[in-house]
Ligand binder design. Structure first.
Ligand code: C6P
Length: 399
């Protein structure tokens, strides 16, 4: 029974059993991940890549084994293509800054979409301020799909890079990345995929997807906070300048000139989160043991069941009705502010997220200030969705 692996799931809030449905914000952690962290601090803690001493070498081995684990998990070709960051946000900032310097000139175009998280919008706007690039935006249909014909029309000889989420954190839409990659590459541009909401839910093969970059966070995939990944094809990373300067990322420093370390260390200035990387690898191993296809099938069943139960509630409107939809159901209930709904459900022990979900342009697209969102993980159950549906009915009757 997988739930037993997550001690927090057996706690209560306000005297009610916890029903945790905010997994797109962060997942809970299995015991093995928490134990990997304490075990490392108790037994194998030393700074990596520097010491000749035994502990440092052991810690380095764990850190580099974690990189290999990530490589295997996303089916990248080489460990040099796996850069550890603090999370999706830092990965995308690194990419905008560094790929911006290497590949983008004034007047060049970056294409985003209306369904992006702020983390995949603001770094490109910062780049626009620095370099005078142009940002174009692919529209989203009423069903919550990317308008692929519009995307194709947006691609011009000036398009250098397209950056899109794999799965929307609001709509749950799974974007057809492989098809988009072919389209983007046929126009000579690069494709970055924000995998924050896909990596925790389905088997990922970056080579099969055909993306040039992939960003994701550990904490949404049963791993710890503060660690994430930027995958990039080696030939592209080679051409990109460092993002930050400091220890670890240099080959030789003189006041006249500094040369940089080889990949991926060139992008990893300072002491890395080597405890986080090992714990992330423990989380990815845990997911593999559970089976990525089994996780995907279970969460799809939950998403379908939640859609069915919630649609039956009068006055409830679901945003995003894509056939290929994953682990997220966002909605509003007529006459009930999402914040009130979230607060009252919380008193019943049910944790959902409410607000703009860091996707204000998408809220504007659907003409709302905010939405309520239930999001699922491998440990959620149909009973929890029943509790959510019953809870919403109770709240609705109060208004
Ligand atoms: N979304 C949510 O939806 P960080 O905070 O760096 O780990 O991840 C940022 C991020 C980037 N892209 C997508 C598609 C995301 O969903 C997120 C995080 C969370 O609840 C927090 S707003």
């Amino acid at each position: 029974m997988l739930r037993a692996d997550f001690p927090i799931l057996s706690r209560t809030v306000y005297g009610k059993p916890l029903v945790y449905l905010d997994n797109a914000a962060t997942t809970q952690k299995p015991r093995c991940v928490v134990e990997a962290i304490t075990e490392q601090y108790y037994n194998t803690n030393a700074n990596v890549h520097r010491g000749v001493h035994f502990l440092s070498q052991q810690a380095t081995e764990l850190h580099e084994a974690a990189r290999e684990c990530v490589r295997r998990f996303i089916h990248a070709e080489r460990t040099s293509e796996i850069v550890f960051t603090r999370g999706t946000t830092e990965s995308l900032n690194l990419l905008a800054e560094s790929a911006g310097a290497a590949f983008l000139r004034e007047g060049d175009e970056v294409v985003l979409s209306e369904m992006e998280h702020h983390s995949n919008i603001v770094p490109w706007q910062l780049l626009r301020e620095r370099r005078g690039i142009t940002i174009k935006v692919c529209p989203v249909t009423d069903e919550g799909l990317l308008n692929l014909e519009a995307l194709e029309r947006l691609l011009t000889p000036r398009t250098r890079l397209v950056s899109l989420c794999h799965v929307s954190n609001v709509l749950g839409t799974v974007n057809p990345i492989r098809r988009i990659a072919e389209m983007v590459h046929s126009h000579g541009a690069l494709l970055c995929v924000d995998g924050a909401q896909s990596v925790p839910h389905r088997a990922i093969d970056v080579r099969e997807l055909g993306c040039d970059f992939l960003a994701f966070s550990g904490h949404k995939a049963y791993g710890p906070t503060g660690i994430g990944v930027l995958y990039g094809r080696e030939e592209l990373l080679e051409k990109m300048p460092p993002y930050q300067g400091g220890g670890e990322m240099i080959a030789r420093v003189t006041f006249a000139k500094t040369t940089y370390e080889r990949l991926p260390y060139k992008f990893e200035a300072g002491t890395p989160d080597y405890v986080g990387s090992h714990a992330l690898a423990t989380a990815l191993d845990y997911m593999e043991r559970a089976g990525m296809d089994a996780i995907a099938a279970h969460e799809r069943d939950l998403t379908r069941y939640a859609t069915e139960r919630l649609s039956a509630i009068s006055g409830l409107h679901i945003y995003g009705t894509a056939l290929d939809k994953e682990a997220v159901v966002s909605f509003n209930v007529e006459g009930v502010h999402p914040f009130d709904l979230g607060t009252l459900l919380d008193r019943l022990g049910i944790a959902i997220r409410t607000g703009h979900h860091c996707a204000q342009p998408l809220m504007a697209r659907f003409g709302t200030e905010g939405m309520a969102r239930a999001s699922f993980a491998l440990y959620n159950t149909r009973e929890e969705i029943n509790a959510l549906a019953d809870g919403i009915e109770r709240v609705r009757k109060m208004f």
